[in-house]
Design a protein around this ligand. Sequence first.
Ligand code: AMP
Ligand code: MG
Length: 363
Amino acid sequence: MPRSAPVRFFTISSLWVMITPVGFNPLFWIKVFVMTAVTTAELTAALNAVRDAARICRSVQSTIAPDALAKKDKSPVTVADFGSQAVVCRVIGDAFPHDPIIAEEDSRELLNEQNAPFLHLIHDEICKQCIEASKEQVCRWIDRGGAEDYSHRFWTLDPIDGTKGFLRKEQYAISLALVVDGQIVLGALGCPNLPLVPGDDATAGSLFYAIKGQGAFALPLEGEAEPVPVRVSATGDPAQIVLCESVESGHSDHDVSAQIAKSLGISKTPLRMDSQAKYACVARGEADLYLRLPTRADYVERIWDHAGGVLVVEEAGGKVTDVTGKPLDFTHGRGLERNRGVVVSNGLLHDAVLAAVQAAGVS
Ligand code: AMP
Ligand code: MG
């Protein structure tokens, strides 16, 4: 637990509602409810959970053969994915047994006989972290993440976001968020391969978190350290803008983003990176813009691919919408059913980028 974790019940940004007549202002009560939803208990649990998961991911990643991706060997991802989900759901479920968790995986497949070796490996990895449990208990933890539907308070988890990056030993993230009344109130992103100091690989392993109304912070994944506030860039000059996007062209249309970048006068080579580490890079000003442009008419973005990152960027002063300018809507269960693609910026650029996105015919 960071010593100076800045958890307060009320913030300056909420004072404006307090000076209005309370009896006639439902917004006041909504804000009070949302603000009080995040206490030190939620933050401590979220950071501990993400750190436990990161240890499992790192342990499994250290065993990956260099040609795992070429050989299409997905087994390390499977082991780390389920192991990560199990330990996160263990921590969150023990601390908040009544909170539903909408997570990416479920244990049904693991219980097939042909997958018994996987369950064995997952169990081994969990035991290596000095967490005692039977295989059945591991499956029960994984299935705590099986909520499907929207509820007024729930957690959402991507146990390994950016599985290709994980296999390539590049960027991946563990993303966890708490949503109350449709608003993300707590977001945590563990980025085991992202240097805390951009460009300094010796500092690899970053943890970002944000609390609604209280800012966004970065700290090392391991060890005691003060959280440091992060802030988006103040870059408005197209020549200086760094645009980031998925490595996978199947996840975001690279051709259309190049066209949009050109129309905005952006000349730098895009920063391609897997996972929600892209949100972290915008939040700390390493990049100024993140475009996720639909590649398929029928693809619905999953909430766990965004929730943690969205709050980190917003609380760092940035802006997140879909490609039409609508806020992301976390009230539809597992999918962002009412949104198309995602545009993330330092805020300054947002309107100009949305106009360029629309002019490129993205919808
Ligand atoms: P990234 O690492 O940013 O490329 O995103 C990884 C995430 O992309 C995965 O967790 C998937 O859930 C998600 N994904 C899979 N297919 C698509 C698609 N067609 N469009 C957008 N995202 C996708
Ligand atoms: Mg994902």
